[in-house]
Design a protein around this ligand. Structure first.
Ligand code: GAF
Length: 364
């Protein structure tokens, strides 16, 4: 049996920039998924500790894939694609067990896919290098599951480093660890899972992506990454559509905020990350329009309780808010959010702290 663990992630800053060939700064979480792969006598079986029914299919490629529950496509997707790539995949049983909260914007799906892909790579002796592991993991999500996501989540799940955020250039898919330990500045990274029901996530995500690609096309660039902050006003003047102007402003200013965040972290000026978080949130709320009342309320109450910065993390329309909070104000900040949610009639949020952890690894 071969076992591999891959983590979920928090994105510190750089939202919806990945599919614009831009910059992101995520970190891996302690929460993750363990995938165990073992030889079997026939077929491909997948089992999840989070559901009771095993899924059993006959070996096939994408075109001949069986109709299975969505969670199982994140596991079987790798097998379907390997089959199409000409790999002679034997009969296997794959078991997965995850503690990443689902629907919270913490990339439970990347943890699942990357744990399976790394375990398969080792079990089948595929010999994939870092680029190959990332490519197969992304294809599972984009081609097998059909989610038009941008690759950040798989990249950090595979390559995260303990005590570091990962500065990623999503054009050439290079990544550099950047020290991230808020405790040295007397700060704590607080996470509020708003548990807001995700609304319209898939359609709205795809619409944002299409809008960004259309703006890039109209501006005559390969991707919005190619519009610099200095060019922004000129670019906006060339777009007639107000929605495309807002999307462009978000992506261009967000890329600039990622670069600024990397600079302050490298200089050890951690508290200066706070205003960048808060500006990123305002851009997601006002320009990209991917926040919901629960996440805006969480950000506001965390800031009022003394956070040096707060923002939604992940794809949007619900999920988690992160904040940098002075260590001695963590309990009060959590209480402030709970009280604000109770006053607003929202469900109770889950509040926890997070540290930057290592990416995917083989176990035993
Ligand atoms: C989701 C996607 F999967 C990522 O690729 C990224 O676009 C993110 O939303 C937004 O930054 O997590």
């Amino acid at each position: 049996m071969t076992r591999s663990f891959a983590p979920g992630r928090i994105n510190l800053i750089g939202e919806h920039t990945d599919y614009n060939d831009g910059f992101v700064l995520p970190m891996a979480l302690v929460h993750g998924c363990t995938a165990s792969v073992e030889d079997a006598s026939s077929g491909w079986t997948v089992a999840s500790a989070q559901t009771s029914d095993d899924v059993v299919v006959e070996p096939a490629g994408l075109a001949g894939r069986a109709d299975v529950p969505e969670w199982a496509t994140y596991v079987l997707g790798a097998l379907w694609l390997l089959h199409d790539d000409g790999v002679d995949v034997p009969a296997l049983r794959i078991s997965v067990d995850s503690d990443v909260p689902t629907g919270a914007g913490l990339s439970s799906s990347a943890a699942l896919v990357c744990s399976v892909v790394s375990a398969l790579d080792a079990h089948l002796g595929l010999g994939l290098d870092a680029a190959g592991l990332l490519e197969l993991s992304r294809r599972v999500e984009n081609d097998a599951v059909g989610a038009p996501t941008g690759g950040m989540d798989q990249l950090v799940s595979l390559r995260g480093e303990a005590g570091h955020a990962l500065f990623c250039d999503m054009r050439d898919l290079t990544s550099q660890p950047v020290p991230f330990d808020p405790s040295v500045a007397g700060l704590t990274l607080l996470v509020v899972d708003t548990r807001a029901p995700h609304r319209l996530v898939d359609g709205e995500y795809a619409a944002r992506r299409r809008g960004c690609e259309e703006a890039a096309r109209l501006l005559g660039v390969d991707a919005l990454r190619d519009v610099t902050a200095d060019d922004l006003d000129t670019a906006l003047a060339r777009l007639d559509d107000e929605e495309l102007q807002r999307y462009t402003r978000h992506v261009v200013t967000e890329d600039a905020r990622v670069l600024a965040a990397v600079e302050v972290l490298r200089a050890g000026r951690l508290a200066e990350l706070g205003p960048l978080f808060t500006a990123s949130h305002a851009s997601m709320r006002d320009d990209f329009r991917i926040t919901v009342p629960e996440v805006d309320a969480a950000v506001e109450s965390l800031l009022a309780a003394g956070a040096v910065g707060a923002r939604m993390t992940g794809g949007g329309f619900g999920g988690c808010v992160i904040a940098l909070v002075p260590a001695d104000a963590v309990d009060a900040a959590g209480e402030a959010v709970r009280a604000a949610f109770a006053d607003a009639g929202f469900g109770e949020p889950a509040v926890f702290t997070a540290t930057a952890e290592a990416g995917a690894r083989l176990l035993d």
